[in-house]
Design a protein around this ligand. Structure first.
Ligand code: MF3
Ligand code: CO
Ligand code: CO
Length: 273
């Protein structure tokens, strides 16, 4: 596999796919409250995708060595790192949950994004984890411009997270995305500046750091999908899909309900029109 460079038509198609993926999260946001089950969130998302005219990229998704993924999105609660499968269990006050949505447009383009939700009042430690993980994602995004390297992105995330006493999951990474869900390159959330693939205008990829309060070690559950922290410490993740532009970056997974961008962001982030 190699990195695909999107032309003007591909970029336009990615803007649409990514805005729609973000709008699924906007739609879900008011529903994500104490008492709702993650399966109910899944059903709401499925209905909204149908109304949009998109499809879920996750349902039936089966990379080599995995069982087919059984749901329209991923819901990763508390110590679940990623790929949590929606279940018939209500969210309760104090939980934190990542909701990860990937849509496919009728034209066959993918948009991928996730956000953290705090359920009712959460502990200071949980809130801090969610906020610092969000900032780490944006610090990674801020590195994106032609001539920068993927190691610059990973380093910015790792330095910030570890500098705050948190740990970065190594086994899962961001990825190129376009007319396929997971393309080259792999976007590691750790690394050394000046190393790795050089960024070129027209690349589209995700940045999606998974950050733990405790150790970085993970384990897979028997369902073949759910990833949890080995020490059962809380884990958070945020995800955007970004485009490398001639002057920097454009965050594609923005919409009316996207959380505010951190104050330190200087770049060319803007909502896809
Ligand atoms: N959306 C996830 C990502 O960010 C992948 C989920 S694959 C699934 O890459 F099968 F678990 F849904
Ligand atoms: Co992704
Ligand atoms: Co995702």
């Amino acid at each position: 596999m190699s990195i695909t460079i999107k032309d003007a038509a591909g970029i336009a198609a990615m803007r649409t796919a990514c805005r729609l993926a973000s709008e699924v999260l906007d739609f879900l946001t008011p529903h994500i409250q104490p008492g709702i089950t993650t399966l109910e969130i899944d059903r709401l998302a499925a209905a909204h995708m149908a109304a949009q005219g998109t499809r879920s990229a996750t349902i039936g998704y089966q990379p080599p060595g995995y069982p087919p993924y059984p749901a329209h999105l991923c819901t990763s609660v508390n110590h679940v790192v990623c790929h949590g499968i929606p279940a018939d269990k209500p969210l309760k006050k104090g939980d934190i949950v990542n909701v990860d949505v990937t849509v496919i447009t009728p034209e066959g383009w993918f948009g991928d994004n996730s956000r953290m939700y705090e359920i009712g009042e959460c502990s200071i430690a949980a809130r801090r984890l969610c906020q610092l993980t969000y900032q780490s994602m944006w610090l990674g995004i801020e590195q994106v411009r032609p001539g920068a390297r993927l190691g610059d992105v990973g380093h910015a995330i790792q330095k910030f997270a570890e500098g705050h006493g948190l740990s970065v999951v190594r086994e899962f990474c961001g990825h190129g995305i376009g007319q396929r869900f997971h393309e080259d390159p792999q976007v590691l959330h750790y690394g050394r500046p000046g190393t790795g693939e050089e960024l070129v205008p027209g690349m589209t990829f995700t940045i999606e750091p998974m950050v733990n309060i405790g150790r970085r070690d993970i384990k897979e559950m028997n369902d073949g999908w759910t990833i949890v922290t080995k020490d059962r410490s809380l884990s958070a993740q945020w995800e955007h899909t970004v485009l490398v532009t001639p002057t920097g970056y454009e965050v594609l997974t923005l919409s009316a309900g996207s959380p505010a961008v951190p104050d330190f962001v200087q770049g060319m982030a803007r909502a896809a029109a």
